[in-house]
Design a protein around this ligand. Structure first.
Ligand code: SF4
Length: 414
């Protein structure tokens, strides 16, 4: 839970998780649906899923006994990588093995002036060697937690507290800063040696030294380390999403949600009926494709003009810049999608938020509610989207629901 999210956010999730599944046996019996519901909002849903798979494996294949070494944990349990394995083995079982997380990378790179890209295999391997060599044999769990905590509280990314640091006398980055200051004053006095320092010459292709193209920047001090590779830009993706809405028994709105496939991005989560789009499509074309998609799902004709344009919602996944092009479709009867290809169900707003839905889908619903609120508040007709045809849903008076007949009517030839 903590790998991408801060402690303050995680506490509530953690407590609810431990209350619901206090033992491996209890977690092994949970369904993916329950796990996704509790995990909803934390992101990286595959982690919750793998955690539950790991519990199942321990219970069903390992006689309820957790592997106790970093090697076995990594080898036997799904979702357990090198860091998690090292953390469990050292903290829970006292194995003298190191851990390397983001905080440890920063501390070790500064302690040893490692200036090459800290995500390169050569640097990562070296950092693991160092962590394994440094770890205290008698209290490995405490040592590892202390090293991580040092990075989280003292040797922080932007303004490290070097004066308060308990390992400052061992720190080469700090020594380098002192040396640079000395050199700067000698330059001022004109007594600087003409021969460059071997650390600055940038020759020899050392896989751990800073590249010659990025020399020491005196304004950065110890934060010259670690160096990071340029961040890869997330891939752009567009998806059309349709909020089908009907009135429930007491007049409260209900929404149709469908379940995503059990593998891949956001596996098993629920969402509004959605369709990935090619980039650069005109609004009219997107609308047509979405209508065709709904038609294929329901087996009945769906008019593109019946879809009301809501707007665009942007959500950033770790590697995807996702834009949802949101439409809504008020209906006055029951609509279900083909249960074989996509399980679907109608939910109230409360049920929607309690379901295993992603944060992105919550934003989509919020956009719809905002539009409805604006329309109800002003009583005005919604603005027609540029390019939308007069007479389309965008120009229909507010609050008016399509009849089922209108929803499924065959689109008239253009
Ligand atoms: Fe980090 Fe400064 Fe301590 Fe070095 S002396 S480990 S840079 S806090």
């Amino acid at each position: 839970m903590l790998q991408q999210t801060q402690v303050a956010t995680v506490i509530d999730y953690y407590n609810r998780w431990m209350q619901k599944w206090p033992t491996l046996q209890a977690l092994a019996e949970a369904s993916l649906e329950e796990v996704n519901e509790l995990w909803a909002g934390l992101g990286y849903y595959s982690r919750g899923k793998r955690l539950q798979e790991a519990a199942r494996k321990v219970v069903s294949e390992l006689a309820g006994r957790m592997p106790r070494t970093a090697e076995d944990l990594q080898k036997l349990l799904p979702g357990v990588g090198r860091y998690t394995a090292g953390a469990i083995a050292s903290i829970s079982y006292g194995q003298a093995t190191g851990v390397v997380d983001g905080n440890v990378i920063r501390v070790l790179c500064r302690l040893r002036c490692i200036g090459a890209d800290s995500s390169s295999p050569a640097v990562i391997d070296r950092l693991w060697d160092m962590a394994n060599a440094l770890v205290d044999r008698s209290r490995p769990g405490d040592f590892n937690q202390a090293l991580m905590e040092l990075g989280a509280t003292v040797c922080v990314p932007k303004a490290p507290l070097c004066e308060e640091c308990p390992v400052k006398q061992h720190c080469r980055a700090r020594r380098r800063v002192e040396k640079e200051l000395g050199l700067a004053s000698r330059r001022l006095l004109g007594t600087c040696p003409p021969v460059p320092d071997v650390e600055d010459c940038g020759v020899g292709g050392c896989p751990l030294c800073p590249p010659a193209t990025e020399p020491w920047d005196s304004s950065l001090g110890v934060t010259n380390f670690p160096r990071k590779a340029a961040k890869k830009q997330p891939r752009a993706a567009r998806t059309a999403a349709c909020v089908l809405e009907r009135r429930g028994r007491c007049g409260a709105p209900q929404y149709l949600i469908v379940q995503r496939p059990s593998s891949g991005l956001l596996a098993g989560l629920w969402e509004f009926p959605s369709l990935p789009l090619a980039l650069g499509l005109q609004e009219e074309k997107q609308r047509e494709l979405l209508a065709d998609h709904l038609q294929a799902w329901t087996g009945r004709p769906v008019a593109a003009g019946g879809l009301r344009y809501v707007g665009e919602v942007i959500h950033i996944f770790s590697h995807i810049h996702q834009t949802y092009v949101v439409y809504s479709l008020p209906v006055d009867g029951d609509v279900t999608l083909d249960p074989v290809s996509s399980p679907s169900r109608w939910v109230t707003e409360e049920e929607f938020h309690a379901s295993a839905v992603s944060t992105a889908m919550k934003k989509v619903l919020k956009a719809c509610e905002k539009q409805r609120g604006e329309q109800n508040g002003s009583g005005k007709v919604s603005k027609r989207k540029r390019g939308a045809k007069p007479g389309g849903a965008g120009s229909r008076p507010t609050g008016t629901q399509l009849s089922l007949h209108a929803f499924f009517r065959t689109p008239s030839p253009q």
